[in-house]
Design a protein around this ligand. Sequence first.
Ligand SMILES: [Zn+2]
Length: 359
Amino acid sequence: MRSTIAACAILVLLIGTVDAEQCSPGALGVSRTLVVDPKEHSRVGSMQYPETLPLNDHEVVLTFDDGPLPRYTNRVLETLASECVKATFFMVGQMARAYPWTVRRVYDEGHTVASHTQNHPVRKMSVAQAAREIEEGFASLREAIGDPQAVSPFFRIPGLLRQKSVEQYLAAHGDMTWSADFLADDWTRINNSEVARRAISRIEARGKGILLLHDIHPRTVLALPEILNEFKSRGYKIVHVVPAAADRPKTATSAQQWVARPTPLKIAQDLAKAHGWGDYDAEIMDTQAPQVSSSTSPEPMAATILQSSILRSLRMRAINWSCSTVCFRARRRSARRTSDSSFVELFPALAQALVQTPA
Ligand SMILES: [Zn+2]
C-alpha cells in the first residue's frame, strides 16, 4: 500500500514536471507552427510587399530584430518561455559574434534564428555590399550555433530599407525577405506602456499579422509581458514560423491566403500619392495610428490618418506664415488641396480603392 502511494506520488511529480516543461496551464502557448517555403513566397509583410504570411484572424507572429544583446535578449527569452511562445529573431552578425552563447540559447529554446545582416547598415547598399552583408550575416549565425541547418533562410533588411536588387539577391539564394505587418515603435523615445498600447491598438486594427519588436531595448523588455497578456485576454494566438525542409513539408495554403491586405497607413499613403498629395507623405508616416476598437476596419482608419496628417501639416505651415513668396505659394497650394472640394474628391476615390482591396 505504502509503495503504491509512493509510486503514485512519484508519478504525479513526474507528470507535474512534464507539464511545467511543456506549458503552464494559463500560458498563451503556440497555437500552431506554420511551415513556409521561401522559394514560393520570397517577400512577406504587408507594410511593404503585396504578400504576407497566410495567417488566420487573431493570429500573431512575434519577431525581434537587432540582437542578441544578453542583458535584454535573456529577459525577452524568459518572458517568452513563461508564456510558452516561440518567436523569430532577426540577429545582427556582429552581435552574434560577440554573444554566440545567446544565439545558441535562442536556438536551444526553440525559436527561429534569422538574419539581419552582418553590420546593420542603415543606408542603401550596392549589390556587392549587400551580398557581403547577407553572406557574412548568415555565416556568423551558423558559426555561433555550430550547425548550418539551425539557421533559417529568413532575412530582414535593416531599417526596412527595401531595395529591389537586395530582394532579388535574396530570392535567387533561396532566402525569404521579411518586412512586417505592424510595428510598436519600440526604438523611439516612448515608454514601455506606450509600446504596449501601440502594439495592441495596431493588432486590433488589423486583426492579425507579423509584429516587429527589438530585443535590445529596456522598454521592449518591459512592454512584452503586457503585450502577451493583452494578446491572451483578447483571444490572439501565437504562430511560430519555420522554413520547409526535406523532413518538414510546407503547410498547405492557397495563393489567396498570402495576398496582403494593405494597412490603413499604406492605404492613406497610396491615396495621397495617387491624388498628388505626395508632399503629405512625411506627415502621414509620422502620424500615429489612432486608437481603435477591434471592430474598426482599416478604411475609416486610413481616412482618419489622412485627415489628421493634413490638418497637422496645415498647422505646421501656419506657423511659417510670416514669409516669402515661396511660403505664400505653398500656403495657397495647401489651402487649395485641403478645400472641401478636394476632400469630396478624395473620399469617393478612397471608397473606390477600398472596394478593390482584397478582404
Ligand atoms: Zn534593425
